[in-house]
Design a protein around this ligand. Structure first.
Ligand code: SF4
Ligand code: SF4
Length: 164
């Protein structure tokens, strides 16, 4: 299989190596921005879902009930954050659930728990004393693409203004 942007790996490398596609470009800086489902307050994905498979729980988490998902992918198109993907094997869409199976048992999402430098925190924004409520009060935070009106609930600090 040929890939115009990547080159096939050899030896112990897996699948592909990235080609040096920026070799002639002047790179001033490089940074990494982890993106995930924002569990938006006004989620476009919920609005467009024709079957009600995508819904918001009473505690504010956006989930997909795969029993009702028909795989139309309207939600994939509607999400301005690219947070959803189509699961070809199952014929349904999928995304981050904020580890709903864990947080409803009082556990942290797995990514929050395992991060070795505690770069992520998680909590209840309705609780003024939660770790996230206090953090948001005490720090200058930003969200991605506020202009879309989805009212995302994932906050970043130190976000570069060029990040969208
Ligand atoms: S980030 Fe996208 S998939 Fe997640 S709730 Fe918002 S609109 Fe829906
Ligand atoms: S792919 Fe599934 S969850 Fe997404 S809009 Fe269609 S039915 Fe709803």
């Amino acid at each position: 299989m040929s890939d115009p942007l990547n080159i096939e790996a050899s030896g112990s490398e897996k699948l592909y190596r990235f080609a040096n596609r920026y070799k002639d470009a002047k790179v001033d800086k490089a940074f990494f921005v982890p993106k995930l489902c924002n569990h938006c307050t006004h989620p476009a994905c919920v609005q467009v879902c024709p079957t009600g498979a995508t819904y918001k729980t009473r505690d504010g988490v956006v989930l997909i009930d795969h029993k009702y998902c028909i795989g139309c992918q309207y939600c994939v198109q509607a999400c301005p954050y690219g947070a959803r993907f189509f699961n070809h094997a199952k014929g349904v869409t999928d995304k981050c659930t904020w580890c709903y199976h864990r947080i409803t048992k009082g556990l942290l999402p797995a990514c929050v728990e395992v991060c070795p430098v505690e770069a992520r925190m998680f909590g209840d924004l309705n609780d003024r004393d939660s770790v996230v409520s206090r953090f948001i009060r005490d720090n200058r935070v930003q969200v991605l693409k506020p202009e879309t009106g989805n009212a995302p609930n994932v906050y970043y600090i130190g976000l570069d203004k060029e990040v969208t």
